[in-house]
Structures are given as structure tokens and as C-alpha cells.
Design a protein around this ligand. Structure first.
Ligand code: HEC
Ligand code: HEC
Ligand code: HEC
Ligand code: HEC
Length: 217
């Protein structure tokens, strides 16, 4: 009896730890919105919903993310290093999800079909001028002008290490120049802060390690 009790406790402890390690990453991070009234005091809800999710179809990227947050308008124009471009040409689908809050054109509390009025400000506001930001989307496709530069990501290809399925897509983009497989906000950032790095980065960027995963020093 006693032994069984202990086993049960251990089982519960293991479950609790498991939940904490999955959840504990976004909890307390910059993407834990529970302390803000605009979030309905929920973590996931401003971004995801279990029911009645939005129909998201951006150049084929689909609805399977159960997305709940309003997106920038399709005719929203962004300044890019290739000039002014409308949303779907300036950005890839995943970056568009981020820009639903980070370009400042849509309110933070515009989710679940509601039109909000609280906007992001401060250093976290990326805005619609992307000429001073690391290229994403079409603008991050390998540029022949960089051929011969030691910073050219292609020059470092053999040393590049990126997690999981990203490696194949990066290879396709950087080596083959495939515009479907581009660098997104989510290439460098993990919105749930899995990995636990500062600034929600996918790779710890101490000593610019993440930059050096793609660019030679
Ligand atoms: C700030 C916005 C944001 C918040 C808050 C957020 N997510 Fe996400 N989540 C995303 C984005 C963006 C993606 C798509 C990532 C991709 O396609 O690479 C995603 C993808 C996912 C996925 C599928 C793919 C994956 O990465 O595992 C699951 C499951 C998920 N989120 C669960 C959650 C849960 C549960 C919560 C709350 C505890 C949560 N998310 C909070 C933005 C968010
Ligand atoms: C629902 C709105 C929303 C969405 C969608 C969203 N963010 Fe955020 N994000 C915020 C807010 C709000 C903050 C700032 C929180 C604060 O200052 O307390 C923030 C902060 C950040 C930060 C700063 C982290 C830090 O530690 O300072 C990064 C990086 C970031 N977001 C990246 C992303 C990326 C990448 C995506 C898309 C995958 C994304 N965000 C999608 C609302 C959002
Ligand atoms: C996942 C791979 C990857 C990572 C990580 C990465 N870059 Fe890049 N970077 C690229 C690609 C691809 C380009 C576009 C190259 C081109 O246009 O030919 C680029 C372009 C650049 C450029 C040139 C921008 C321009 O004027 O066109 C600079 C500077 C740069 N990156 C700096 C950085 C820094 C700093 C970091 C770390 C915060 C970083 N990169 C992380 C892949 C990466
Ligand atoms: C090449 C990698 C890379 C890409 C692509 C990238 N970021 Fe970042 N981002 C970083 C790094 C590294 C930092 C931390 C900078 C620092 O240490 O000051 C950062 C910081 C941030 C911050 C916090 C800024 C601050 O000072 O509080 C936000 C918000 C953010 N990124 C959002 C985005 C969004 C949205 C996108 C897509 C449009 C994006 N990032 C694309 C690497 C990247």
C-alpha cells in the first residue's frame, strides 16, 4: 500500500515536471501576456484558439496553426531592401503571423474576431520599414551581389548547423535559391521560448553564435 502510494506520487511528480518544462518556457517570457488586460489574461489565446480558428492561406501556408490573431492587410506595403512591396511579396507567411502584432498596423487585442485598440510600442515595434532589419522573406533569398563576400551565408554552408527540419529548407534557399524556402522571423526566433534563450532566439546568441551559424566571422 505504502509502496504504491510512493509510486503514484512519483508519477504525479513526473507529470508535473513534464508540464512545467513544456509550459515553463513561455511562462514568464515576453510572450506570456497573462498580466495584460488586453490578453483576456490568457497565454495562448491572443495567438491560437482551439475552435473557430481563422482561415489562413498565405501563399499556401495553412490553417493548421489554429491561428486566432488578426493579420496585417494584404495590401499593406512594406519598405524592403528591394523597394516597397505589398505584404505577400515583402514577407513569407510565418513572418506575416508575427507582424500581426509587430508591425504596429494591427492592435494587440485584435483576436478572436474582435477589433482591438491596444498597440505595440517601444523597441519591440518592428514597424513597416524593414530596410533596417535583417532580411526575411523574399529579401533574404541569396543575393548574387554577395558572391565572393566572406559574410555570404553560402560561403559558410558546410559549417552551418540549424535545428531539425530547418536545415533542409535553409539549404534549399541558400544553396538552390528557392524563394519558397526563405528566412522568416521564426528562423531566428521561437515564439514559445523553447530553448529558453534571451529575446526568444532559437539558438543562444551569446558571442553572436546564432549569426555565426549562417555567416562566417
Ligand atoms: C505570440 C504568439 C504565440 C503565442 C502566445 C503562442 N504561440 Fe504557439 N505558435 C505561434 C506561431 C507563430 C506558431 C507557428 C510556428 C511555425 O509555423 O513555425 C505556433 C505554433 C504552435 C504549435 C504547432 C507547431 C509548434 O511549434 O509546436 C503549437 C502546438 C502551439 N503553437 C501551441 C501553443 C500553446 C499551447 C500556446 C500557449 C501555452 C502557444 N502556442 C502560445 C505563436 C504563438
Ligand atoms: C499577439 C501579439 C504578438 C504576436 C502574434 C507576436 N508577438 Fe512578439 N511580442 C508581443 C508583445 C506584446 C511583446 C512585448 C511584451 C512586453 O514588452 O512585455 C513581444 C515581444 C517579442 C520579442 C522580444 C523578446 C524579449 O525578450 O524582449 C520578440 C523577439 C518577439 N516578440 C518576436 C516575435 C516573433 C518572432 C513572432 C512571430 C513568430 C511574434 N513575436 C509574434 C506580441 C506578439
Ligand atoms: C539562418 C541563417 C542566417 C542567420 C542565423 C543570420 N543570417 Fe544574416 N543573412 C542570411 C541570409 C540568407 C542573408 C541574405 C543574403 C543575401 O542577400 O545574399 C543575410 C543577410 C545579412 C546581412 C546583409 C543585409 C543586406 O544588406 O542585404 C547582414 C549584415 C546580416 N545578414 C547579418 C546577420 C546578423 C548580425 C545575424 C545574427 C543576428 C545574422 N545575420 C543571422 C542568413 C542568416
Ligand atoms: C537573422 C536572425 C533574425 C531574424 C530573421 C529576425 N530576428 Fe528579431 N532578433 C534577432 C536577435 C539576435 C535579436 C536580439 C537583439 C539584441 O540582442 O539586441 C532580435 C530581437 C528582436 C526583438 C526585440 C527587440 C528589442 O530591442 O526589444 C523583436 C521584437 C524581434 N526581434 C522581432 C522580430 C520579427 C517580428 C522578425 C521578423 C520580421 C524578426 N525579429 C526577425 C534576430 C533575428
Amino acid at each position: 500500500m505504502k509502496r504504491r502510494h510512493l509510486i503514484n506520487l512519483a508519477g504525479i511528480a513526473a507529470l508535473a515536471c513534464g508540464a512545467a518544462s513544456v509550459n515553463g518556457q513561455i511562462v514568464g517570457s515576453a510572450h506570456d501576456f497573462t498580466s495584460y488586460g488586453w490578453s483576456d489574461n490568457q497565454i495562448c489565446k491572443p495567438c491560437h484558439t482551439p475552435h473557430n480558428a481563422m482561415v489562413v492561406d498565405i501563399n499556401g501556408y495553412g490553417t493548421d496553426r489554429l491561428w486566432n490573431h488578426a493579420l496585417p492587410a494584404e495590401n499593406q506595403v512594406y519598405e524592403t531592401m528591394d523597394g516597397p512591396l505589398p505584404r505577400n511579396d515583402a514577407l513569407d507567411a510565418k513572418s506575416i503571423l508575427c507582424m500581426g502584432c509587430h508591425d504596429g498596423t494591427v492592435a494587440l487585442d485584435s483576436f478572436g474576431g474582435v477589433n482591438g485598440n491596444t498597440f505595440l510600442g517601444g523597441s519591440e515595434l518592428i514597424g513597416t520599414d524593414l530596410t533596417n532589419d535583417h532580411p526575411v522573406g523574399g529579401a533574404a533569398v541569396w543575393n548574387p551581389a554577395y558572391e565572393g563576400s566572406r559574410y555570404n551565408p553560402r560561403a559558410n554552408w558546410e559549417n552551418m548547423t540549424f535545428d531539425g527540419d530547418r536545415m533542409g529548407r535553409l539549404q534549399d534557399m541558400i544553396v538552390n535559391g528557392n524563394v519558397e524556402s526563405v528566412i522568416a522571423c521564426t528562423t531566428c526566433h521561437e515564439p514559445h521560448r523553447r530553448g529558453g534563450n534571451d529575446y526568444l532566439t532559437r539558438i543562444d546568441n551569446t558571442g553572436s553564435q546564432m549569426c555565426l551559424a549562417c555567416h562566417l566571422k
